[in-house]
Design a protein around this ligand. Structure first.
Ligand code: 4SX
Ligand code: FE2
Length: 364
């Protein structure tokens, strides 16, 4: 059994990492705010805290901060930013010191740079993602018991981010250095790490790492209270003949044990609805290691994962709104030649119009 201490930090500079509480909010660049509003507000049931011509600020029923998702209008779909909440305004300063200490450029943004959010620090993290650390945020009403307002998928809160990176081991090192605990991994006998789940709050994860061409956003996950709400959303999509928004599931994850559904929003951003994973808050919470050969790891019922789930992801912006180039030329070369490397060491060979998934190193 591997034991992970979530407070263990790899500080080489003497500056401790900031005390991150949890994944806080994400900003998605979307091309059609009205289409996105249908998806996130009407279908999923997020609440609009504020909106203007350029953006919609959304929160879930249990959340009292201004937003957990910003939809910002842009020309191309992309991830605008991932934001982690830290334990106090002094920890925003701590983030600045820590990242400068490890050679990462930092940018301080004034209160209001994002509507509803206080003074914060932004970085392009060593994995290539635009990330913000914030504490101060406007409070709004918490709608936990406003059952009269619950509708759609009755989303309760943001649960986690999932990012695609070419080197999962390096990303794992970066996040454990930032003080994240490791709840679960997918590995093989040769010491390869295909995916990892890391947490600060007392659940399975705040961020997960998916192997693939990066930096790309794999998905953003929202929690709902009960699995019947997930099933209801599938029924609603079928009734509206909008079933094409369903990409994978519903099902039971092996990793995390959560009940899940993956949807693609009108711009193709992947959203997971997720419920009932488990408590990880004790300091000796054991890391669960799944073999990449265990067919229950991603679907506890053994269903095959659809290829798009392994191969597709959203491109990310840098802090100035430019698309960050992909950092794995070998993988892109493989894509060009018809072999697409996805998560878990799986690949897809194209033969004419046919796409044949196979495991790397095996004959098609
Ligand atoms: O597909 S996995 O079962 O590995 C999985 C994917 C487990 C938990 C997640 O949140 C996820 O996105
Ligand atoms: Fe997830």
């Amino acid at each position: 059994m591997t034991v992970t201490d979530p407070t263990a930090t790899a500080t080489t500079t003497g500056n401790p990492p900031p005390d991150v509480i949890r994944s806080g909010y994400a900003e998605l660049i979307v091309t059609d705010l009205a289409a996105s509003r249908w998806f996130y507000v009407d279908l999923l049931g997020l609440i609009v805290t504020a909106e203007d011509d350029d953006a919609i600020y959304l929160r879930a029923f249990e959340e009292y901060l201004h937003h957990s998702l910003v939809l910002r209008r842009g020309d191309m779909p992309a991830l605008g930013r991932l934001a982690y909440r830290v334990r106090g305004q002094d920890q925003v300063d701590a983030a600045e010191r820590y990242f400068r200490g490890i050679g990462v450029d930092t940018r301080r943004v004034p209160a209001g740079a994002t509507r509803g959010i206080g003074e914060a620090v932004r970085i392009t993290d060593p994995l290539g993602f635009p990330v913000e650390f914030f504490y101060d945020a406007e409070h709004t009403e918490r709608f936990t018991q406003r059952y009269d307002l619950h509708h759609g998928n009755a989303i309760t809160r943001l649960d986690h981010f999932n990012v695609m990176v070419p080197d999962v081991k390096a990303a794992h090192r970066y996040y454990t250095g930032l003080g994240f605990g490791v709840s679960e991994t997918i590995i093989d006998d040769e010491d390869n790490v295909y995916a990892a789940w890391l947490y600060r709050k007392q659940t399975v994860h705040d961020v997960a790492l998916t192997g693939g061409d990066g930096p790309r956003l794999h998905h953003i996950a929202f929690a709902t209270a009960e699995r019947h709400q997930i099933l209801h959303t599938c029924d609603v999509l079928g009734a509206l003949h909008k079933e094409h928004h369903i990409e994978r599931g519903p099902g039971r994850h092996g990793v995390s044990n959560a009940f899940y559904l993956y949807l693609r929003d009108p711009d193709g951003h992947r959203i997971e609805i997720y419920t009932t994973d488990y408590y990880t808050g004790d300091p000796d919470n054991p890391t669960v290691e799944w073999s990449v050969d265990d067919d229950r790891r991603r679907s506890f019922w053994g269903h095959a994962v659809v290829p798009s789930w392994y191969t597709d992801g959203s491109r990310v912006h840098d802090l100035d709104g430019r698309v960050v180039p992909l950092s794995a030329p070998a993988v892109r070369e493989a894509e060009r030649t018809g072999v697409i490397v996805g998560a878990d060491g799986f690949a897809i060979a194209t033969e004419g119009d046919q796409k044949i998934p196979f495991k790397l190193g095996e004959q098609v």
